[in-house]
Write a protein that binds this ligand. Structure first.
Ligand code: 13P
Length: 339
């Protein structure tokens, strides 16, 4: 597979229903996931878990890229094979999370801005040398009293654009992720407004910095009510409002939009993605970059026991295939019941 530039890499990752496996949990976040299955959060366990995921047969044809944390990009499997060789052999390109976490946007504020621009250029050069093909930077936007503020939206958009330009200068595809958190009791309309403001500001900043939009992937949240909202939304409402927000704000040159799952269940995330692709009427590929909605079942089945690897890998392979179908609008719920 010869991919010669960022535009080809970005298009490949979302080709033929492929999407992204987000496995870039920081060590503390990995610890939270391991707590749910009673596994100790040590390097060898993190290695065994990720090795199990990356050896699942369903990566091939369904997953175009895997986002990694720094430790994993450098890690070898138990038999000494670099983990990135395992995913490359399955046609899944290695990517790397490069942001460095969140700090309050100003003293005492509940809103946050993403850190990590200091020294980023040097880190990107090292990641290229190791074999990364793309990168991720996540901004976090909260909905609540007077939130999100313009300061939060525009400050994070500027940082995303600065990062994206540096990534492209180093030959890496930047994934730009303005995550609107599901936490809270906000309505789907509030989520729509926050999403639309964040996307408008992001594309303004990307254009102002001269970022090549054909060599970018957007990783947004779906437009949903807050996780504690009393009024739930139908699959159709989520699909229609998410598409409206995207169509009004995302330029046609962007090759792919790969959603985060953000706390949706595995089936909900697949169902929403499929519904949007069944509606259609857009030029970008609409695909997935799920963390929890790809891994939750596999994590539970594995539970730290190598004897469970096959069943855990079957579960991940199934989810990868279901999301591949959803990215083409070809998923049906019966396929879940057969599994
Ligand atoms: P979730 O799909 O679990 O939200 O994770 C995706 C991700 O990479 C968040 O940054």
């Amino acid at each position: 597979m010869e991919l010669n530039n960022i535009e080809e890499i970005a298009s490949y990752i979302v080709s033929d229903g492929k999407g992204i496996l987000a496995a870039d949990e920081s060590n503390p976040t990995c610890g939270k996931r391991f707590d749910t299955i009673g596994v100790e959060n040590i390097e060898s366990n993190r290695r065994d878990y990720r090795e199990m995921l990356f050896r699942a047969s369903g990566l091939k044809d369904n997953i175009g890229g895997v986002i990694l944390f720094d430790e994993t990009l450098r890690q070898n499997a138990k038999d000494g094979t670099p983990l990135i060789d395992i995913m490359n052999a399955a046609g899944a390109l290695p990517g790397i999370k490069v942001d460095k976490g969140l700090i309050p946007i100003s003293d005492g504020s509940d809103e946050v801005i993403t850190q990590g621009l200091d020294g980023l250029n040097d880190r990107l050069k090292e990641y290229v040398a190791i074999g990364a093909k793309f990168t991720k930077w996540r901004a976090v936007i909260k909905i609540g009293n007077d939130m999100p503020s313009d300061q939060c939206i525009d400050g994070n958009a500027d940082a995303l654009a600065e990062y994206a330009k540096l990534a492209q200068n180093n030959g890496l595809v930047p994934i730009v992720e303005p995550e609107i958190l599901m936490d809270g009791d906000h309505t789907i309309d509030q989520s729509f407004n926050a999403s639309s403001r964040a996307l408008a500001s992001l594309f303004n900043s990307l254009k102002a910095k001269g970022v090549n939009l054909k060599g970018v992937l957007l990783k947004p949240s779906m437009v949903t009510p807050g996780s504690e909202a009393t009024l739930k939304a139908s699959v159709e409402d989520v699909a229609n409002m998410t598409l409206k927000s995207l169509k009004e704000n995302v330029p046609a040159e962007v090759p792919g939009i790969t959603f985060l799952s953000g706390g949706q269940t595995e089936i909900e995330a697949t169902q929403h993605l499929d519904a949007m692709n069944k509606i259609g009427g857009f030029s970008w590929k609409l695909s997935f970059s799920f963390g929890r909605a790809l891994q939750a079942g596999a994590l539970k089945a594995w539970s730290g026991d190598s004897g469970n690897a096959f069943i855990a890998q079957d579960i991940l392979s199934h989810r990868a295939k279901m999301n591949n179908l959803a990215a083409q609008g070809d998923w049906i719920i019966d396929l879940e019941e057969e599994f």
